[in-house]
Design a protein around this ligand. Structure first.
Ligand code: ZN
Length: 404
């Protein structure tokens, strides 16, 4: 029993050995909220970034010479459930494809066995890791069952998910506030918030009850708004207000699309500091327009990016960034900076979603990607040229979750 005690020094050394330390060396780092480009080493301890400097060299060493180290990507709006309906309904009007409860998408989902749905969701999550995404926000359909299905699909996949659920009763205009509240609370116990299909399907009263319940429980409320012009016109005809005005008045935390703002919509959203998720490839696929990105930035709106339905788009944020950059420049005939677009997929999203990720800085969670540098402009190297084959390593919570 003589060796029962260890010295204080040994104890300290053991503690240090037990901690997982990784230094990523010799990379071009996109540092901080402004994505300043600097040559440095990054020390990761456990799940956090501990130090960024030219000297640090501890623990396991990853040599990232010739690589860019950037925050990994956040896909802020996704319908992963329709991974089983890829490219179905092309050419049909938008409401025929995705409007609940009888759109083509919903019909396919109803007819697909749940094991098949689970497998195709797994495939989409693994694809996201391969293409640099470590966090996604899903608009979950199918009530509590739908939430459980995604939990099952994601249980062995090291990706961070934020699940925004819904309940059928939300769409019932005659439901009592108490019922809506009760069902919202039930759903919110097993997910991160509520995501609603739009004001075409929900009354302002039900919407208010839902956003209040979310706020009380510290959860996120989100809704599609102003995806196309007719929705805005119908809202004005029926309610004397745009969908955007109604979404701000009923208190949503996160708006999706805003492709067709009207009147003072952008000023209202900017003044109320409501973040907006743009899904330009989805808008393109459905022939509904191109979001006015410059005007949104002029109104100081915090912009995020999402790939929307897997039915229309691969959940690939590199593709989304490239489309966003070029279609906006082309259509509005005005320069848009690649850094602005890269921030939409990283730091802007983390801020809006309340995550301690999205930028490489001391104290942040180490969610980052090590990517082969293809051009001398690191932002365009990422946006224009990066494919999954250029992904050297992907780190989530300080652990390498994908490598090439
Ligand atoms: Zn959507």
């Amino acid at each position: 029993m003589g060796n029962q005690y260890i010295t204080k020094k040994e104890w300290a050394r053991n503690i240090k050995l037990e901690r997982i330390m990784i230094t990523i060396e010799n990379a071009k780092v996109l540092y901080g909220n402004n994505m300043d480009v600097l040559k440095a080493n990054i020390l990761v301890e456990e799940d956090k970034i501990l130090e960024i400097s030219s000297e640090v060299h501890e623990g396991q060493i990853i040599d990232a010479s010739g690589c860019i180290v950037a925050p990994s990507l956040i896909n802020s709006h996704l319908h992963i459930g329709d991974s089983v309906a890829k490219d179905a309904g092309d050419g049909e009007p938008i409401d025929k494809i995705v409007k609940p409860p009888n759109g083509i998408k919903h019909r396919i989902l109803r007819e697909t066995p749940s094991e098949v749905t689970v497998d195709s969701m797994k495939e989409s999550m693994n694809y996201m890791l391969k293409t640099g995404t470590t966090t996604f926000v899903d608009f979950r359909e199918g009530g509590l069952e739908g939430v459980k299905l995604l939990d099952e699909a994601s249980k062995d996949i090291p990706i961070r998910k934020m699940v925004l659920g819904r309940h059928d009763s939300f769409m019932d205009p005659d439901a009592e506030a108490a019922t809506i509240k009760r069902n919202a609370r039930k759903i919110l116990k097993s997910c991160d918030g509520i995501g609603l299909s739009g004001f075409g399907e929900i009354t302002d009263e039900n919407a208010s009850t839902i956003t209040k319940t979310c706020r009380k429980m510290g959860k996120l409320s989100s809704i599609h708004v102003a995806e196309y012009k007719k929705l805005q016109e119908d809202s004005l005809d029926l309610h004397g207000k745009t969908e955007v005005q109604r979404s701000v008045e009923t208190g949503f935390d996160l708006l999706v699309h805003l492709t067709s703002p009207a009147g003072c919509d952008l000023e209202t959203v900017g003044k109320n500091r409501v973040p907006v998720v743009l899904c330009p490839r989805s808008n393109g696929a459905l022939s509904v327009g191109i979001p006015p990105v410059h005007e949104m930035l002029d109104n100081k709106i915090n912009l995020l990016l999402g790939t929307d339905n897997v039915m229309f788009n691969s959940p690939n944020m590199f593709r989304e960034m490239e489309y966003t950059l070029k279609v906006t420049r082309g259509y509005y005939k005005r320069y848009l900076s690649p850094v602005e677009v890269f921030k939409m997929a990283t730091v802007n999203a983390a801020r809006a979603l309340g995550l301690n990720t999205g930028s490489i800085e001391e104290g942040r969670i180490a969610d980052l990607m090590i990517v082969r540098e293809i051009s001398k402009n690191p932002f365009l190297s990422l946006i224009n040229r990066t494919e999954s084959g250029n992904m050297v390593g992907l780190m989530k919570d300080g652990k390498i979750v994908y490598r090439n």
